[in-house]
Design a protein around this ligand. Structure first.
Ligand code: ATP
Length: 415
């Protein structure tokens, strides 16, 4: 089995000397956990704290409400950008029930003998250590740091036989929150934003975890997320009308063609709410298509690329942005494609509007010639003038948020 440890994006670190091991069900991970990990790092003399979501916590009667994959992902999101905190998937990857003795053995194998492993525990967990399986092995494997938890008075006068009897104790941030309480409040539709990192809360709602799907009108997670997508597209359309980015009347387009409407995509993607909605709607499709990079032709795609890169960072999807010039620059590095996109990557290519598809097809050609696989093509408005048909003819999956009818009516694309 390959063990991996996923540092938060800015938290890359050298081999630690004293590493905290903070295990939990993290169902979901809340700010009590994150604050405890930060505190242990800062005050516990540690140079790394590994958060280790349990695969199958044996001590609990019920299995966790969310899958191990969801809990691992939420843990990664919760510590995104934190220096000195990292997530380890050792417990999620190991089949069978999760025992801390195995966690420590796997981490010892990973880090070697030079590192001191410090088991970090909330006071409630430390107290229950005498019920843990193979707890006697732990004394030889690690030292223990107990962090206070509201409602759990800690005493150092534990019987000598108790596995936490020699533990160090620090009071810590004392945030009064539990995952059990949060799950109940999420299912009731309560506001829990004070206790969850925003990116974790977004993840929970997006995936309909902990009853948030049914709280949104007795829908399944998938139905609720489809309804949210449709309403975000509808809101984007309203916003375009409010801004005057979408107007109806008699217009003559740059091509000389007559049109019953005019759409200025830049005005929409440069608007704060417009940027928010376009990046939200595009990113969920791009992530679902498994893309590693996304971009499009200058100038229209550029503001969308910026908004997408920011959102991808906030949501932890690790997407990189790029844009494509009409020709390679005649000076500097002479690049046609700007950004950190690399040959071999799976990419999405987009524009704000597609008519006959000219500039978008040129960008697709350039990206394919560069060696990328175009897995998705997107636009805000499909004017239905042949461009989208051409993409499909070329076998490119094509998605638009809105489409225009031959009568010049613009509506949210269905399906
Ligand atoms: P549940 O309510 O479902 O038991 P929990 O909130 O206790 O969940 P766990 O994932 O079981 O979360 O806890 C992981 C570790 O974090 C444990 O060591 C626990 O004691 C500690 N912990 C959880 N919440 C806090 C908190 N608010 N303050 C300090 N430590 C905490």
């Amino acid at each position: 089995m390959e063990l991996s440890e996923r540092p938060s994006a800015t938290g890359r670190h050298r081999k630690p000397r004293r590493a905290g091991v903070f295990g939990g069900t993290f169902d979901p991970i809340h700010l009590g956990h994150v604050e405890t990990a930060r505190f242990a790092l800062a005050q516990g003399g540690l140079d790394l704290v590994l958060l280790v979501p349990a695969g199958r916590p044996w001590l609990r009667g019920e299995p966790p409400a969310a899958s191990a994959e969801h809990r691992l992902r939420m843990t990664e999101l919760a510590i995104q950008g934190e220096t000195g905190l990292a997530v380890s998937d050792v417990d999620v990857m190991r089949p069978g029930e999760t025992y801390t003795a195995d966690t420590l053995a796997d981490l010892r194998a990973r880090y070697g003998d030079g590192v001191e492993l410090v088991l970090v525990l909330g006071a409630d967990s430390a107290r229950s250590m005498d019920r843990w399986k193979r707890a006697d092995e732990l004394r030889r494997m690690c030292s223990v740091l107990v962090i206070g938890r509201p409602g759990e008075e800690w005493t150092n006068r534990l019987p000598l036989s108790h596995p936490a009897s020699g533990a160090a104790y620090l009071e810590g941030p004392m945030l009064d929150v539990s995952a059990t309480g949060l799950r109940a409040r999420l299912a009731l539709g309560d506001d829990v934003s004070d206790y969850l990192a925003p990116q974790v809360e977004r993840y929970i709602r997006k995936h309909g975890l902990y009853g948030t799907g049914s709280a949104a009108g007795n829908k399944t997670g998938e139905e609720a997320s489809m309804a949210q997508t449709a309403s975000a597209s509808q809101r984007l359309l309203e916003r375009a009308k409010e801004l005057g980015a979408l107007e109806f009347g008699d217009f003559t387009l740059a091509s000389g063609q007559k049109s019953g409407y005019y759409f200025d995509g830049r005005r929409l993607s440069l608007d704060p709410e417009g940027a928010h909605l376009v990046s939200q709607l595009f990113l969920e499709k791009i992530v679902a298509a498994g893309c590693e990079a996304a971009g499009g032709p200058t100038v229209a795609a550029v503001p969308i690329v910026g908004a997408l890169a920011l959102r991808s960072w906030q949501e932890g999807s690790g997407l990189t942005g790029f844009f494509v010039r009409p020709q390679a620059k005649g000076h500097g590095m002479g690049r046609q494609i700007e950004g950190s996109v690399k040959p071999g990557m799976r990419v999405a290519v987009f524009d704000d509007t597609v008519s006959t598809g000219g500039s978008l097809l040129e960008a697709i050609d350039a990206v394919q010639a560069f060696g990328c696989e175009v897995a998705l093509v997107l636009c805000v408005l499909d004017r239905k003038q042949g461009g989208s048909d051409e993409m499909r003819r070329r076998g490119l999956p094509f998605v638009s948020l809105w489409e225009a009818s031959p009568e010049g009516e613009v509506r949210v694309t269905e399906g």
